[in-house]
Design a binder for this molecule. Structure first.
Ligand SMILES: [Zn+2]
Ligand SMILES: [Zn+2]
Ligand SMILES: [Zn+2]
Length: 162
């Protein structure tokens, strides 16, 4: 297990790459550390209400380019983000609650390398995401978190025979 405490180095990584960290950017970068894995750009904006949206999005882009956070495209809906705790990894994304996990597997890496040999050209990288319904969502039979009352009512109505 890699301890998440490694992550605050992201600020140093950005500075090493020559990004000038203004106060607001520094604040956004620091707040990413407190976000739940699988957060959205929108929730990051909410967590930084005093900072302009453009600055939040620009900082998100900087962190992505520096490789300290990952962007997870979702089958439907807004992409999710999370801190990259280890260098090379793949993702497990819950399509219901958006929670994100990381995994590494040497068998997968071997398979990817062998497939890569069959391809025309030089492989310079790959990414892989598994979309699933997480255990919490399976056990609660829903969204992993209590849905807003309106959604719950709509679902109850839909379930009743007409
Ligand atoms: Zn990741
Ligand atoms: Zn879930
Ligand atoms: Zn891999």
């Amino acid at each position: 297990m890699t301890r998440p405490s490694r992550w605050p180095d992201a600020l140093i990584v950005l500075e090493d790459r020559g990004f000038r960290l203004t106060g607001p950017r520094r604040q956004v970068a620091a707040s990413v550390q407190r976000m739940k894995a699988g957060f959205t750009a929108e929730s990051l904006c909410e967590a930084n209400a005093g900072v302009g949206r453009a600055t939040v999005y620009r900082t998100l882009r900087l962190l992505l380019d520096a490789g300290v956070i990952c962007r997870l495209p979702m089958p439907d809906g807004a992409p999710r983000y999370q801190r990259a705790l280890v260098e090379h990894h793949h993702h497990i994304v819950c399509t219901r609650c958006g929670s994100v996990g990381e995994f590494r597997d040497s068998t997968v890496e071997r398979l990817v390398r062998s497939v890569g040999k069959e391809l025309d050209g030089q492989i310079v990288g790959h990414r892989m995401e598994f979309y699933l319904v997480c255990r919490t969502c399976l056990e609660t039979g829903g969204t992993g978190a209590a849905p807003p009352p309106a959604a719950r009512a709509a679902r109850a109505r839909a379930g009743r025979p007409a």
